[in-house]
Design a protein around this ligand. Structure first.
Ligand code: MG
Length: 379
């Protein structure tokens, strides 16, 4: 892996792991559009050490998706570094999509969290939409709550310099602004020009050639780490150690089975001073498990989750997507994936696996067996 300055040990470790892994494709309908999607799709992996998830979004090409797969494989083959666990509960933030202000207030309160991350700069929306959303969230959560924004790199430096003070005022104080600009050097400049607002780096870590630039350019006060794109729990811990900055663990909108890796990562961080973005199971109509990771009083317990709902669905005939109507689901149980989803992910898993093999990252005797839902078994 040619990643200047940062060489996670996962590549060396997984080359030594042989055995068989089972893979189950899933799709989960969402309550609201998030990151442009209304259906979350991916693959659950089962190996000797348990379950994990492989679910890169579709804008990730094979080379980038391969890192997500390595993260999942590390969890199912090697488990989590349990000796590093510092805590049994993780404080979580509410994640507020770019919805109208009244709905934003409702979502911010739903988890009982004291921190809300508000999505802003959504294409097609105005600054006023964002400011109203921030004001509504502050009014709903009260003066003591922490409010952060996530810009997903959509502002140039000048826009960020203009907007940050306005957003800071509308929120009556921002905890931090996550990835206001796409370019890591711009983050460093912004941090100097607007010192009153803390800056967090997200995409600058997980989509960068060299994530250590965040440290070397002094581009952030906080780093956001995501388990899958950062090659799994151990590699993410290694990166945080190298960066030597306070970290926030965030989900990649995983199912409750995938969220477990994020919980174990958060539990192992030496310094956890911010609430984590792992309360996203709430965004699904129905999850892969009867033990979905839904927060109570703003915290999630650190525990494992079995995908019993999904496994049941694999043994039933057919799927019940027909019950989806006008974006509203009346289903009580999760379905097996539709045939088109299944074949799309079968191809993707195969291509990503081949890529990892071709790079020499995986043991040649490590095998993956894709499980077909009952209704596809005779095809
Ligand atoms: Mg982000």
């Amino acid at each position: 892996m040619s990643k200047a300055g940062f060489m996670p040990s996962v590549f060396r470790a997984l080359r030594a792991e042989s055995g068989q892994i089972k893979a189950y494709i899933f799709e989960l309908p969402m309550r609201v559009k998030f990151r442009g999607i209304t259906m979350r799709e991916g693959v659950l992996l089962q190996g000797p050490a348990g379950w994990a998830e492989f679910s890169p979004f579709w804008d990730y090409r094979t080379a980038e998706s391969a890192r997500w797969l390595m993260g999942g494989l590390d969890s199912v083959l090697r488990g989590y570094p349990l000796s590093a666990q510092q805590r049994r509960e993780i404080p979580i933030n509410a994640t507020v999509p770019a919805v109208p202000a009244p709905q934003a207030a409702e979502i911010a309160q739903a988890l009982g969290a004291h921190t809300a991350k508000v999505k802003v700069a959504e294409p097609g929306q105005t600054i006023q939409d964002d400011l109203s959303r921030l004001a509504a969230v502050r009014a709903a959560l009260g003066a003591k709550a922490n409010i952060r924004i996530d810009v997903n790199g959509k502002w140039d430096l000048r826009t960020a310099c203009d907007n940050l003070p306005k957003y800071d005022r509308a929120a009556r104080g921002l905890e931090y602004a996550e990835q206001p600009c796409a370019d890591v050097a711009d983050l460093a400049r912004l941090r100097k020009r607007i010192p009153s607002v803390q800056i967090a780096a997200d995409e600058s870590l997980r989509r960068a050639e060299n994530p250590l630039l965040v440290r070397d350019l002094a581009a952030a006060d906080v780093v956001v780490v995501k388990n899958q794109p950062l090659l799994g729990v151990r590699a993410a811990l290694e990166l945080v150690t190298e960066l030597d900055l306070p970290a926030v663990v965030s989900s990649a909108l995983e199912s409750s089975v995938g969220l477990v890796s994020g919980l174990y990562l958060a539990a192992a961080l030496p310094d956890l001073r911010y609430a984590c973005g792992l309360g996203t199971a709430k965004l699904f109509h129905i999850d892969v498990s009867s033990q979905a990771l839904l927060a109570r009083a703003g915290v999630l317990p650190v525990r494992k989750v079995d995908p019993d709902f999904l496994l049941d669905a694999y043994h039933r005939d057919g799927y019940c997507m027909a019950e989806l109507k006008n974006g509203e689901s009346r289903r009580q149980e999760v379905s097996a994936p539709r045939a088109e989803t299944f074949f799309k992910w079968e191809k993707r898993l195969h291509e990503t696996w081949e890529f990892c093999q071709a790079q020499g990252w995986l043991h040649e005797k490590l095998l993956v067996q894709l499980i077909r839902p009952q209704y596809l078994r005779e095809i």
